[in-house]
Design a protein around this ligand. Structure first.
Ligand code: ATP
Ligand code: AH0
Length: 365
């Protein structure tokens, strides 16, 4: 057991879907003690979200433009979100030891040892008067790791009492899994989760996402196209491996010839099959899957996953976790680990050569 007293850390992240800034709080010793608190999601201002969406659709810009003004605006939106969260949850700055500030991923190319999260840690620390850790993924990528996923060590801490092996599946814009069996933690990105479907229903119907997977459920998947998508060598590549949100977009163009219903069904089935393919890279088939992220609200995903896997597939709420805020809490947990010099990632979660500390601390003035 750890001897360090637990502290309170706020975690804040905007995921690849850019559907909002998630803020939560966790009380933790950075090791086995984890007491998650409440969370809230705050939308980006419309113009900022549109600017970011346009940016990630142009990877060359996202990679190399300085983006100073945009980075300040992204940072200020996060500061505002944390302020509102603290006011609404009646949390005082003096009671919070740390902020774990993930920022907004706009470009991720680990093979080029490059990942970019917009966000200025010093600005957050100064504005809120709380020590802030940011740049979580950089040391990992610099040492040859995938730089993602980073939530697995938090999953491990949360799952210590559950029957194992167990699989935690995050269905965000991109999908990722954490396989936990005692000390064995294997994690990797699985493929697209909602990103392709979101963009498809936005183009075809002007929708933000396919509510409960209704459109996908009403269509028929084109199995030839799904098989072609699944022919991507990514799915056979051993773990660890990670993805950029846009990685499958160019190759998924075949759905353009399909109706709205069948196109949505085909993209949803691609997501489902890419999740199933994750079983190629774990030692034993888990008897239970716990699903987190916005995609757990897509009933079509959940139903198809259960049919294909033939084992229990539940939302993480079934074990008392909050699937809207696991990622935010994870970055609070990781911020505490960062200040203690503990690893944030492992050879089996990101492919780093050895357990890797990371993050940069900015002290409040
Ligand atoms: N009611 C719902 N029905 C269907 N899908 C939903 C629903 N609510 C959310 N989603 C899906 O979940 C997505 C958002 O998930 P989440 O917030 O976990 O993503 P993220 O954290 O931004 O992404 P990532 O984990 O890749 O960084 C939405 O874009 C949408 O596709
Ligand atoms: C580079 C980046 O931001 N990756 C995200 C993305 O969204 C889901 C998946 O791809 C995961 O690898 C990661 O996010 C979570 C928070 C993680 O690091 O675990």
């Amino acid at each position: 057991m750890s001897q360090r007293p637990p502290v309170k850390a706020i975690g804040v992240i905007s995921g690849t879907s850019m559907d909002g800034i998630d803020v939560s709080i966790v009380e933790t010793d950075g090791d086995t003690v984890v007491r998650p608190g409440p969370g809230r999601t705050f939308s980006y201002p419309d113009d900022l979200r549109k600017t970011l969406q346009a940016l990630i659709a142009e990877p060359a810009r996202a990679q190399s433009e300085p983006l100073e003004e945009l980075e300040q605006a992204v940072t200020d939106a996060h500061i505002d979100a944390v302020r509102r969260f603290m006011a609404e949850a009646r949390i005082q700055a003096k009671d919070v030891s740390l902020i774990g500030f993930h920022g907004q991923t706009v470009y991720h190319r680990p093979e080029a040892r490059f990942t970019r999260q917009l966000g200025l840690g010093s600005r957050v620390a100064e504005a809120l008067g709380i020590d802030t850790v940011y740049r979580f993924r950089h040391a990992d990528v610099a040492s040859g790791g995938e730089g993602a996923p980073f939530v697995p060590l938090y999953h491990r801490a949360l799952a210590s009492e559950l029957s194992q092996p167990i699989m935690i599946l995050n269905l965000g814009g991109v999908g990722n899994v954490t396989y936990i069996d005692g000390d064995v933690v294997i994690a990797f990105d699985t493929g697209p989760a909602s990103a392709l479907l979101d963009d498809f229903v936005s183009r075809r119907r002007g929708l933000g996402f396919d509510e409960n997977g209704q459109l996908a459920a009403s269509g028929t998947a084109d199995q030839t196209l799904v098989a072609a998508f699944m022919g991507n060598p990514f799915f056979d590549r051993p773990a660890p491996k990670s993805l950029d949100r846009q990685d499958f977009h160019a190759r998924a163009k075949g759905v353009e010839a399909l109706s709205d219903h069948d196109g949505a069904a085909t993209l949803a089935e691609f997501t489902v099959q890419s999740v199933i393919a994750s079983l190629r890279h774990v030692p034993r088939a888990p008897q239970r899957w716990l699903v987190t992220g916005g995609g757990r609200r897509n009933g079509h995903f959940m139903r198809r996953l259960h049919e294909e896997l033939g084992v229990a597939v539940d939302s993480v709420e079934a074990v008392g976790w909050d699937g809207d805020f696991l990622e935010a809490q994870a970055f609070g947990y990781l911020a505490v680990r960062s200040t203690l010099g503990l690893p944030l990632s492992l050879p089996t979660t990101t492919g780093v050569p050895h357990p890797m500390p990371g993050g940069e601390l900015h002290r409040a003035a």
